[in-house]
Design a protein. Sequence first.
Length: 353
Amino acid sequence: MSASTPPKKNGLTYADAGVDIDAGNALVERIKPAATRTNRAGVMAGLGGFGALFDLKAAGYDDPILVAATDGVGTKLRIAIDTGRVDGVGIDLVAMCVNDLVCQGAEPLLFLDYFATGALSTDIAAQVIEGIAEGCAQSGTALIGGETAEMPGMYPPGDFDLAGFAVGAMERGAHLPHDVGAGDVLLGLASNGIHSNGYSLVRRVTEHAGLTWESASPITDGATLCEDLLRPTRLYVTSVLAAIKVGGVHGIAHITGGGLTENLPRVLPDGLGAEIDLGAWALPPLFAWLQSVGGIAEAEMLKTFNCGVGMVVVASAEQASDIKLVLEDAGEEVVELGYVVQGSGVEYSGSLA
């Protein structure tokens, strides 16, 4: 059609431009049951309005402080898209946000997602958002709204991107970190895999090893490599909130990008550091494989990956045993990593093995 040729008789439509509003409406209808099952005390109005409403008083708060967090899934999303295994990244998205909220001492209350793509596939989007709903259900968080953006020309065919937004609350004066002191015990909560950080390096190691995502896993018999790599991030919300109620929790660090080396100091006041015994836990096989195949130095491992520790609870020495027991009763695998000491940064003894 030349520049001077007029549009067809009935005129152009938004669908002609690549945006399918009907598909978007069909997606909303499909995900409503998943979102509804995440409803909790405080939800007043969710999907369908111009905004979502939440009543803090109905959720049981008297003098609340709000805490907000936002995050994505990183280049783990590339593997999910390339393999078509997208159901778990929704859980990742929730976990990366709500695990951060509990580090402040907050209970996650509500979650919103942003799903952006070039051309909407209702089935793919629904799988992702149903995963988000599963993550919300596991963490007691309401999936209260979101946005699905169809933007032709912005993303290659089949690609999409995700962002998540979580809001939590705590009573005034209950914020963390608080009262961290020398002698506090560092309790490490086991991760269940790589979680959602370090995947740019994971992709390089996989390429270096000459493997594809569908190659047989070098770690797990009968699994593909991508099944090991796409295991959803562990949600620590309910167990950590139970530990906080015991008393004696002085700080919590979510071990994400930057590993133990960068994240633990974020909850330590000036003048305090941490001593960690690397022999206190066994490096999980997946991390050992990455380190070996990639020739990755120990220091690089510790500031890139969680190395098997997804969360660290800073506990008073007097209550550390009780806190550890509560965490274990809630299903966590807990190890005493070391102590808070005078100084700065993180000092390691022993070696990853």
